[in-house]
Design a protein around this ligand. Structure first.
Ligand SMILES: Cc1cc2nc3c(=O)[nH]c(=O)nc-3n(C[C@H](O)[C@H](O)[C@H](O)COP(=O)(O)O)c2cc1C
Length: 190
């Protein structure tokens, strides 16, 4: 069955909420299986990410959606440790032709989030993956794509609890993106 995996790190839980919305959108597509995988800092030993079970799940996926909060203008160190650990897969071409996408959350409306998405895009291109963008128009009344990002999904959350931030509009943006990636996955697998 076509499989979409969402692999993400979240420090305080805001990125988890966006990941869950993306997973919900992907899972709403008939015939799709999803894996929602949270990266754990406990899997990083002496700076190296080491969880073969997680990497094997990604090997078996048709689409991989990357997620991380924006920390200091880029992906969180935990996400980068995972990305570095995917180097063996890069060498083997294991993720070539898989579908890819990305999402990030930061406190400020900009917060240099585009840098995080750019990193995920570069990671996907190194692996020979096929990047899916986010085509929703900005400034819609329901808050969809209110931050105006097309390279991937952006959401905003700062000191508020993850129960209230990201906003409903940001989560809806994520849900639509998950659905889009899953629909592409079904099309390509057909
Ligand atoms: C170490 C650290 C660095 C951060 N750097 C940024 C930043 O560069 N830009 C920004 O807008 N927010 C920044 N933030 C705020 C987080 O991106 C924001 O609180 C986000 O919701 C955290 O997601 P999480 O709850 O999934 O960890 C930073 C937070 C931390 C802890």
């Amino acid at each position: 069955m076509p499989t979409v995996s969402i692999i993400f790190f979240s420090g305080a839980g805001h990125t988890t909420k966006l990941a869950e919305a993306i997973n919900q959108g992907a899972a709403s597509v008939a015939g799709i299986t999803t894996n929602l995988i949270s990266l754990s800092g406990d899997d990083i030993v002496k700076g190296r990410y080491d969880n073969e079970e997680v990497l094997a799940k990604l090997d078996a996926s048709d689409a991989i959606i990357f997620g991380s909060p924006t920390y200091m203008g880029g992906p969180a160190a935990q996400f980068k440790a995972f990305a570095d650990a995917s180097g063996g897969r890069w060498f083997a071409g294991a993720w070539k032709d898989k579908i890819a996408g990305g999402f990030t959350v930061s406190m400020s409306p900009s917060g240099d989030k585009s840098n995080t998405l750019q990193y995920m895009f570069t990671l996907a291109m190194q692996h020979g993956m096929v990047w899916i963008g986010q085509p929703e128009k900005p400034l819609q009344p329901n808050g969809i794509n209110r931050l105006g990002s097309n390279g991937g999904v952006m959401a905003q959350a700062g000191q508020e609890s993850p129960e209230v931030a990201p906003s409903g509009g940001d989560k809806l943006t994520g849900e639509l993106f998950g659905k889009r990636v899953a629909e592409f996955t079904v099309k390509i697998k057909r």
